[in-house]
Design a binder for this molecule. Structure first.
Ligand SMILES: *[C@@H]1O[C@H](CO)[C@@H](O)[C@H](O)[C@H]1NC(C)=O
Ligand SMILES: *[C@@H]1O[C@H](CO)[C@@H](O)[C@H](O)[C@H]1NC(C)=O
Length: 331
């Protein structure tokens, strides 16, 4: 019986040393191996090291070891030091163990091998040139060659405003991935001229580099076409005295720049294509409805100016002058 159990132990140790998984490990021993540091975050290609004290008390008649996928282990009693000049294995978990006649006690060291994104870019999907107000577009952020994906967070920005924050959906646990993130946005006129960009961040926790690796995309400037909006209210009632200057202001905002057309009382079209319509000295027969129409390729807006021309004191004065003139003429 004793002989049989030592054969099992020898076989199990051979298995460990040949790099296969340590079988029959007990991770809950009271005196279990202790790693320093307790977790490792290493950039791909960098050197690293860790120390394991396999056992503290019950170390009589034990065999200890460290299972690794790369690097070298130097042993000094039950202290094992693992060193790597250049980490090139993406999945680099370590297992430190010791074996007694009847069991094996183990502790794993999590080694996170990371690679900051090589490149981050942003674009609107299937779209170039100006966008149109009220329409939906897809913003796309592409993050190239980043590892490990589970620590990747992508943030979309408009100027300094965060639009959305997305986690990776990749199932690849260790190796670098290239992943595309999308955000649907409905553009408004406020987006005209706005800068859109995204950033990819590897959130590796307190053991990771501080600050965490961040790579930003370039900015893209949105051009949004929107229908004109006349700045004065939809209907304006204007009272003016005959002989005064009539000025109707139909200024509007729109992209591209809108064009203006005017209809005079009685429905006649004016030749004016200005945003402000002016009659230097308005006549009593020039009252009525003036309609301004503003349009660009996205839309149209209209305002109706109802103009009431009143007889004013000036008219009385000039009538008096005429009377006086006539009187003088007669004299
Ligand atoms: C974004 O829009 C596309 C089509 O326009 C749609 O298929 C997709 O489900 C939308 N995604 C989200 C997250 O709303
Ligand atoms: C017309 O109105 C706009 C907007 O309110 C204003 O900026 C502009 O100065 C006005 N033009 C005139 C000639 O009054």
């Amino acid at each position: 019986m004793m002989l049989f159990s030592s054969i099992v132990l020898v076989v199990s140790l051979l298995t460990c040393q040949s790099g296969l998984h340590v079988s029959g490990c007990d991770y809950n021993c009271t005196d279990k191996p202790v790693f320093t540091p307790s977790s490792l975050v290493v950039k791909y290609g960098d050197p690293t090291s860790a120390t394991c004290v396999a056992c503290n008390n019950s170390c009589q008649d034990t065999v200890s070891g460290l299972e690794k996928s790369q690097g070298v282990v130097t042993e000094n009693g039950t202290t094992l030091v693992w060193t790597v000049d250049r980490i090139t294995e993406w999945d680099s978990a370590l297992t430190c163990y010791y074996s007694t006649a009847d069991k094996q006690c183990c502790t794993d060291l999590d080694v996170t091998v990371y690679q900051p994104p090589e490149h981050v870019s942003i674009s609107f999907v299937h779209h170039t040139g100006p966008m149109v107000e009220g329409h939906q577009y897809q913003l796309q952020c592409t993050v190239e060659n980043v590892a490990p994906a589970k620590h990747l967070v992508v943030t979309f920005y408009r100027g300094e405003i965060v639009l959305d924050k997305l986690q990776s959906k990749s199932s690849e646990p260790y190796k670098p991935v290239t992943e595309t993130f999308t955000l649907n946005i409905t553009v408004s006129k406020e987006d005209n001229g706005a800068q859109f960009w995204c950033e990819a961040k590897l959130e590796l926790g307190p053991e990771g580099p501080q600050p965490p690796p961040v790579v930003k995309s370039e900015n893209i400037t949105a051009t949004v076409n929107y229908g004109p909006k006349i700045l004065v209210s939809a209907n304006e009632n204007i009272q003016i005295t005959e002989g005064d200057t009539l000025s109707l202001n139909c200024s509007s905002e729109g992209n591209p720049s809108p064009s203006y057309s005017w209809k005079l009382p009685g429905g006649r079209a004016s030749s004016s294509s200005d945003s402000v319509f002016i009659i230097q000295s308005v006549g009593s027969d020039q009252g009525g409805n003036y309609v301004c129409t503003v349009s660009n390729k996205v839309g149209t807006d209209t305002v109706n100016f109802s103009v009431d021309v009143q007889d004013g004191p000036k008219l009385l004065v000039s009538a008096n002058e005429n009377v006086q003139g006539m009187t003088q003429g007669r004299l």
